[in-house]
Design a protein around this ligand. Structure first.
Ligand SMILES: Cc1cc2nc3c(=O)[nH]c(=O)nc-3n(C[C@H](O)[C@H](O)[C@H](O)COP(=O)(O)OP(=O)(O)OC[C@H]3O[C@@H](n4cnc5c(N)ncnc54)[C@H](O)[C@@H]3O)c2cc1C
Length: 497
C-alpha cells in the first residue's frame, strides 16, 4: 500500500483494462468499486463451455506476460501462483492454398529451416526481426512504458531527431516487402497486424514491432483456458478489497462543469466518486453516458473502430492431426482481404482465417480424441446505415467452412457435433464495443497514425479511460498497460507531481 490514503474510484466495466486500473489503484490505497453490466468479469476475455467442449470466446493468444506480472509484483505476489502459463510450439502454423505449410518458431535455427522451405533467405528473416526489435525497443521505451498520449508528449520524450527511426513514411506492408521476398513470408508477417485488427496496407511501418512481441518474449497458453487470467486477477482484486458489482450497468456519468461526480446505475442508484475510470470505450461512453454534443463526438471520429470478427466455435468428433494450436489459413490474395474488410467494408470473398485448436495443448478442453476449434476471420465493423444481414453472415460462415475443407480439414461439416456462432452484433451487444470492434481503435496511418484516444479526458478533470480505445490500444497486454499507466497518472496527479 502506498503512503497516501486516496479517494473513491468508480470503474465502469471489468475488461482487462478495468481490472488492471482497479488493481493498481487499490494497491496505492484508493477505495475502488468496479461496475460490470455482465454476469462475470473479464469483458472480451470470455469463455463458452458446452457439451464437453470449452472455448475461449475472446482472446486465445497470450503475449507479454511480464506486463501482467507487474500487477502481481506490486502486491508482492507471483503471477504463477494465480495464472499458470506455458509456452506454445510452434507459435503459428500457416497454411497456403497451394499446399505450402510454414511454422513460426522463435528458435533461430528452426525458423531458418522453415524459411528455406518457403523459398525465403533466412538472413532476410533475421534482418527483418532485427529491424522489428529496434522498432519495438523504440516504441516500448516511450509509447508503452511512459504511456505517452499526445504528439507533444511524443516530441518531448523522443525529440524530433528520433522520428526517422520510426520508419514514418512507409506502410507496414511496404516495409515487410523491403525486407522479405517470399510471398508466403510477406503474407505471414503482414498478418501480424491481426494483433490489433487493422490492415497492413494502411498501418504505419512501426507496427512491424509486433513480431518482436512474439519472437523475443514468446507466445503463451493459460492452462485450463484463457479465462483463468480473469480468475487470477479476480482473486487478486478480492485480496485487495476491490468491490466488484456484477449485473450493474452504468447508464450515466454525473458531471458538473469540468468535473465528473460519480456514476448512475441502471436501477436508479447514483454512486458518488472522486475519480471515474471508464473501461467502456471512449466513443460509446461519451455518446451514451456523458451525452456529449455532436460537435464533440465529431472530434472523436478519427478513432475509427478496428475490425470485428465472426467467432465460430466448433466441437468435433475427431482430431485433425495436421493442426497446431494456432493456425492461419491464408487468403489467395491477402491484399483483397485487407481491402474488403478495411476499405470497402464488405465480407471478404476469400479471407485469411485464424483457427485455434486449444485441444492440441490442453486435453481438458475437449473429449478424448476430439478437437475443439475456434475460428476467427476478421470482418468489417458494423455500419448501421449499410448493415450486413444475418443471412449474409451465415453465408459467409459456410464460405469459411468450404475454405477449411478445401485446405485439408476434410469433412469438417460432417465431423461437427457442436456449433456456436457470434456475429459483430453479438460482440457489440455483449461488451458495448464501438460498432462491434474486437480490438478498440484501428491503427491507420491516414486516420490517426496508430494513436488511440488519450487516457485522460480532455473535458473532465477527474475522468480517465482505459482499454482498447485508448493508447496504446487493443490486445490483452496493451489494455493491461493502459490500466497501469492510467493508475500512475491518477496517483501522480493526486500527489501533485
Ligand atoms: C474474438 C476475439 C479474439 C481476440 N483475440 C485476442 C488474442 O488472441 N490476444 C489478445 O491479446 N487479444 C485478443 N483480443 C483482444 C482483447 O480481447 C481485447 O483487446 C481486450 O480483452 C479488451 O479489453 P478492454 O479493457 O478494452 O475491455 P473489454 O474486454 O472491451 O471490456 C469492457 C467491459 O466493460 C463492460 N461495460 C461496457 N459498458 C458498460 C457499462 N455502461 N456499464 C457497465 N459495464 C460496461 C463490458 O460488459 C465489458 O465487460 C481478442 C478479442 C476478441 C473479441
Amino acid at each position: 500500500m502506498a503512503d497516501v490514503m486516496a479517494g473513491k474510484v468508480a470503474v465502469i466495466g471489468s475488461g482487462l483494462g478495468g481490472l488492471s486500473v482497479a488493481i493498481s489503484l487499490a494497491q496505492q490505497g484508493y477505495s475502488v468499486d468496479v461496475f460490470e453490466k455482465n454476469g462475470r468479469i473479464g469483458g472480451k476475455l470470455n469463455f463458452l463451455k458446452e457439451e464437453g467442449y470449452s472455448f475461449d470466446l475472446g482472446p486465445s493468444i497470450l503475449t507479454l506476460p511480464g506486463i501482467f506480472q507487474r500487477l502481481f509484483e506490486a502486491s508482492g505476489k507471483e503471477m504463477a501462483d494465480y495464472i499458470p502459463i506455458r509456452r506454445v510450439r510452434p507459435h503459428w502454423r500457416n497454411f497456403f492454398e497451394d499446399g505450402t505449410v510454414v511454422d513460426l518458431l522463435p528458435e533461430p535455427e528452426l525458423m531458418a529451416e522453415e524459411a528455406r522451405k518457403a523459398g525465403e533467405d533466412p538472413v532476410r528473416v533475421e534482418n527483418f526481426l532485427e529491424y522489428s526489435g529496434r522498432l519495438y525497443d523504440l516504441v516500448d521505451r516511450g509509447y508503452f512504458q511512459q504511456g505517452l498520449d499526445t504528439s507533444k508528449e511524443f516530441r518531448d520524450f523522443y525529440g524530433l531527431a528520433a522520428f526517422p527511426k520510426f520508419d514514418l513514411f512507409r506502410s507496414m506492408h511496404q516495409s515487410v516487402c523491403r525486407h522479405l521476398k517470399s510471398p508466403y513470408f510477406r503474407d505471414i508477417f503482414d498478418f501480424f497486424i491481426k494483433y490489433v485488427g487493422s490492415s497492413a496496407l494502411r498501418a504505419p511501418a512501426f507496427m512491424n514491432c509486433l513480431p518482436t512481441i512474439q519472437f523475443r518474449y514468446d507466445l503463451w497458453y493459460v492452462d485450463g483456458g484463457m479465462y483463468n487470467i480473469a480468475r487470477g486477477l479476480g482473486k487478486l482484486m478480492d485480496e485487495l478489497g476491490v468491490g466488484v458489482h456484477l449485473n450493474s450497468e452504468v447508464v450515466s456519468i454525473g458531471k458538473e462543469e469540468s468535473r465528473v461526480t460519480g456514476v448512475g446505475l441502471y436501477d436508479g442508484t447514483f454512486v458518488p466518486a472522486d475519480i471515474v475510470v471508464s473501461n467502456m470505450e471512449v466513443i460509446p461512453a461519451c455518446r451514451d453516458l456523458l451525452k456529449e454534443d455532436r460537435s464533440f463526438l465529431k472530434t472523436l471520429e478519427k478513432f475509427e473502430p478496428a475490425c470485428s470478427g465472426l467467432v465460430l466455435d466448433l466441437g468435433l468428433d475427431i482430431e485433425y492431426s495436421q493442426l497446431a494450436h494456432h493456425n492461419f489459413f491464408f487468403s489467395g490474395s491477402q491484399k483483397d482481404h485487407f481491402r474488403s474488410v478495411f476499405r470497402k467494408r464488405v465480407l471478404p470473398d476469400d479471407p485469411t482465417i485464424y483457427l485455434v485448436a486449444a485441444s492440441k495443448t490442453d486435453p481438458t478442453v475437449a473429449p478424448d480424441g476430439c478437437d475443439c476449434l475456434k475460428i476467427l476471420p476478421h470482418i468489417p465493423y458494423i455500419d448501421d446505415e449499410n448493415p450486413i444481414s444475418p443471412g449474409e453472415y451465415m453465408e459467409f460462415k459456410e464460405r469459411i467452412v468450404d475454405k477449411l475443407e478445401r485446405m485439408g480439414l476434410t469433412d469438417l461439416r460432417k465431423h461437427t457435433v457442436f456449433e456456436h456462432v457470434w456475429t459483430p452484433r453479438d460482440i457489440r451487444d455483449n461488451y458495448y464495443s464501438n460498432m462491434g470492434s474486437i480490438y478498440g481503435v484501428v491503427s491507420d496511418r491516414f486516420e490517426n497514425f496508430a494513436f488511440k484516444a488519450p487516457k485522460h479526458s480532455t473535458r473532465y478533470d477527474n475522468l480517465y479511460f482505459v482499454g482498447g480505445s485508448v493508447n496504446p490500444g487493443g490486445g490483452m497486454p496493451m489494455v493491461v498497460l493502459s490500466g497501469l499507466n492510467a493508475a500512475r497518472m491518477i496517483s501522480a496527479r493526486d500527489r501533485n507531481e
